[in-house]
Design a protein around this ligand. Structure first.
Ligand code: SF4
Length: 328
């Protein structure tokens, strides 16, 4: 690993066995994360982005899920082979997660102070007094007014946006190296969304934390992420520097996603583009390009074989027969 490389996900595969068959929710996902980098994982519901991130911290409910292959190397050590003790130390301390709905993570029966102090004492080894000071400092950084008073309130006494600020403060209170934010703004209204994203960006830059941001919104990714992975049916179908992918999307799915975003700088009154068809049924998917029923450029080979990922340099890669040697 080079010095600034902190996480390498290599050929990660997480499958779920359900009554109807096998769901390959994550099927051969690979990416690197560097210190201070913000990486966006974008895709429709069911594309495997959340399962990828739950797999990274080994939080897949088993059964029905199982990580069947791959490695998640954090500072040279495979998280998937860590003991329960090592994993406990990693979660919260080195890798934190914030979710779409803070109420799923905050205990409604406990004051914010109790929850934050407990986390800081457990992971940072501070005494209760020092932990409370740290918690207040983090709430202040996260933009909670009068944090000395509000820390002793219950989660229901905070608005949705304020609760998400509490979660961010809590997530960053142990100085993690990686913050995984799973659709952190989807449950909030638009003006609050922008504030929360700005806050995540500001705080993680200040603290040097790397971020994995999971979202279905390309707008969020464009404003915030250095690098971008586009997922479809459990695989990364395109990745690269965010500005390069936006400037020249290669995969027909990425092209469709980008063209379907409304743009204020477009004069014409044409109907907004939408990708035809529906996302595939991921149960027992055949090993071909899963996008072919929706793809305007589909060829015969697309229905027969999955296109390998083609590296194009500078971290850019795409899985599509249009760019594969095997098609020529
Ligand atoms: Fe379309 Fe074929 Fe490329 Fe799949 S592999 S995106 S079907 S051109």
């Amino acid at each position: 690993m080079t010095d600034d490389l902190i996480l390498q996900v290599k050929n990660l595969r997480t499958y779920f066995t359900v009554d109807e068959g096998l769901v390959k929710a994550v099927d051969g996902v690979s990416f690197d994360l560097r210190k201070g980098e913000t990486l966006g994982i974008v895709g429709e519901s069911g594309s495997g982005k959340s399962v990828t991130n739950l797999s990274i911290i080994n939080l897949i409910p088993s059964p029905p899920g199982k990580i069947v292959g791959g490695e998640v190397v954090f500072h040279g050590k495979d998280i998937l082979k860590m003991s329960p003790n090592e994993i406990r130390h990693l979660r919260g301390n080195k890798v934190s997660m914030i979710f779409q709905d803070p109420m799923t993570s905050l205990n409604p029966f406990l004051k914010v102070s109790t929850q934050m102090i407990e986390t800081i004492v457990l992971h940072q080894g501070l005494d209760k007094k020092a932990a409370k000071e740290k918690a207040i400092e983090m709430l202040k950084l996260a933009g909670i007014p009068a944090p000395e008073k509000r820390i002793d309130q219950y989660p229901h006494q905070f608005s949705g946006g304020m609760r998400q600020r509490v979660m961010i403060a809590m997530g960053l209170s142990c100085n993690p190296e990686i913050l995984i934010a799973d659709e952190p703004t989807s449950a909030l209204d638009v003006t609050i969304q922008a504030q929360i994203l700005e806050l995540i960006q500001e705080l993680t830059r200040k603290l040097g934390t790397a971020v994995i941001l999971i979202t279905h919104s390309l707008g969020v990714v464009a404003g915030m992420c250095d690098t971008l992975c586009v997922m479809y049916a459990g695989r990364i179908i395109e990745r690269g520097k965010t500005d390069e992918v936006f400037e020249k999307p290669l995969h027909p799915y990425t092209q469709g996603l980008i063209h379907s975003v409304p743009r204020l700088d477009r004069e014409n009154k044409e109907r907004l583009y939408s990708i035809q068809g529906q996302p595939p049924n991921v149960i027992d998917l055949p090993d071909c390009c899963p996008f072919y029923p929706r793809c305007e450029k589909a060829m015969d080979i697309c229905k027969k074989k999955y296109p390998a990922s083609v590296g194009l340099g500078n971290g850019r890669a795409v899985s599509c027969w249009l760019y594969s040697e095997g098609n020529k």
